[in-house]
Design a protein around this ligand. Structure first.
Ligand SMILES: [Zn+2]
Ligand SMILES: [Zn+2]
Ligand SMILES: [Zn+2]
Ligand SMILES: [Zn+2]
Length: 466
């Protein structure tokens, strides 16, 4: 389920045999340390596109099968529904292919120095050592791709350190034309707090003369940052390399992106999304997915929620009902954010259904009264109990509707007309809804005063919350 592509530095596309550096028969391109015809880059890039196309098509069928499997698993075990999104991993794959072809383009634009075999061997060893070190540091966030023309390429998912919680703000303009805005008066802003930000993806292709002569070719992909901001990050990586040319630079790059990139962009306390609708013809190495706040805000929020839930599941918590400590996975969290252990929540729900007190089946926190979603109750109750809950709720709902009355003979719900009369659809009994006796046209049922009292009771009942 997409998981097989994860993991500490494993081959990211493991359906192909690992490529030996000398074995380059699978592609038509000559290796880059040989003479490269820079005037005709279209031939190699076509072959690359084909090779990517084959990779994608080869995986398509397999992933569709896996998708069906996942749906089946989720249906049978909805309680432990782990987030393993095939669609997301497929689109991530498309992005990987995009950045890899950008890296190849970058490589085509640079002439590699001719190095002695001895120097190439030293560089190769240095790369090997550096990758091993990175793999052990970044583990599950480090992905090695297939070699491109014998050159190593890999991706690191960098989780930005945030100072606990950070505000994410977007400015929404009432007028779409940015130039007409002279002051900030028609500017609305929307802000929310996040503790976890979707990662920065650094993808690198190591030239054969790295680290001795050339820096790694790289792209920085951030789904939610404007490309102008990402371009700034790219330039900073360039200057980090220039400070110590000829030395391994990967670790410094990743550390800087992780710890210093936010403050470098002036986002220490607050991240400002956008600008939207402003194209930036900047750095080819800056890859963004940011197009509108409608996409970016839900994306960041759901990423943050997922990480918070993951952390909640990993840690121990105390149940406020039984005061026992359990792992987060043993808890039920309600929309009001109160959480209780699964066992207590089940006992509590069972009891209210058994005693037909479904109106009291709400958040057990005495001061809260938050709702328990039906989907959650379906998981807490067994089938029979849930059916009983549904019918109890139906009765409560019908009772709350003022024009529904029950047939005094067979208890069938009937619709009342304007003259306080109803006819049962089952036994056809026609009755007065006030005295519940046979319909008595022309004869007054009770005194207007008595009638008023009964009507008041009905109104009170219909507005009661269940
Ligand atoms: Zn408990
Ligand atoms: Zn609550
Ligand atoms: Zn009836
Ligand atoms: Zn009557």
């Amino acid at each position: 389920m997409g998981k097989n592509r994860r993991g500490g530095g494993r081959e990211k596309q493991d359906h192909r045999p690992p490529q030996d550096e000398d074995d380059e028969t699978w592609t038509l391109r000559p290796p880059h340390n040989q003479d490269q015809n820079l005037d005709a880059p279209s031939v190699p890039s076509t072959s690359l596109a084909q090779s990517i196309g084959e990779k994608v098509n080869g995986q398509q069928e397999k992933q569709e099968e896996e998708e069906e499997e996942i749906i089946a698993v989720e249906a049978s075990e909805s309680r432990k529904g782990e987030d393993d999104d095939v669609e997301a991993s497929e689109s991530r794959k498309g992005e990987d292919d995009d950045v890899l072809s950008r890296l190849e383009e970058l490589q085509l634009g640079v002439e590699e120095p001719k190095l002695s075999d001895e120097q190439l061997r030293i560089d190769d060893q240095a790369q090997e050592d550096e990758l091993l070190a990175m793999e052990s540091i970044y583990g599950d966030d480090f992905f090695i791709f297939e070699r491109q023309e014998g050159c190593r390429s890999f991706q690191i998912h960098i989780h930005i350190e945030t100072p606990g919680e950070i505000a994410v703000t977007t400015k929404l303009n009432s007028s779409s034309d940015l130039k007409t805005r002279s002051d900030g008066s028609d500017e609305f802003s929307y802000s929310f707090k996040a503790q976890h930000l979707p990662p920065i993806m650094l993808t690198c292709l190591l030239p054969k003369s790295y680290p001795s002569h050339l820096p790694p070719y790289f792209t920085i992909s951030v789904q939610w940052l404007h490309s102008s901001k990402i371009s700034h990050l790219c330039s900073e990586l360039d200057s980090i390399w220039r400070e110590q040319p000829g030395q391994e630079v990967m670790y410094q790059w990743v550390e800087w992106l992780q710890n210093s990139s936010l403050s470098y962009l002036g986002f220490d306390k607050e991240i400002i999304l956008g600008p939207y609708g402003v194209r930036d013809a900047g750095d080819r190495r800056a890859v963004t997915g940011s197009v509108s706040p409608d996409v970016d805000i839900p994306f960041i929020r759901s990423y943050n929620d997922d990480r918070l839930r993951e952390n909640f599941h990993k840690n121990l918590h105390e149940c406020c009902i039984c005061f026992s400590e359990f792992a987060g996975t043993e808890f039920v969290r309600l929309p009001c954010q109160h959480f209780f252990c699964w066992k207590c929540m089940k006992t509590y729900s069972d009891m209210h259904v058994k005693e037909a007190t479904v109106s009291k089946l709400q958040c057990p926190d005495a001061k809260c009264g938050g709702k328990i979603p039906p989907g959650l109750l379906k998981r807490l109750l067994d089938d029979e109990e849930f059916e009983r809950w549904e019918s109890l709720i139906l009765i409560k709902t019908l009772e709350a509707m003022s024009d529904v009355v029950y047939c005094p003979r067979c208890e069938t719900p009937c619709i009342e007309d304007e003259d306080q009369h109803a006819q049962c659809s089952k036994c056809f009994f026609s009755f007065c809804t006030l005295c519940k006796e046979r319909r008595h046209v022309g004869i007054q049922c009770m005194t207007p005063d008595m009638k008023l009292h009964i009507l008041q009771d009905i109104v009170l009942e219909s507005t009661a919350i269940w």
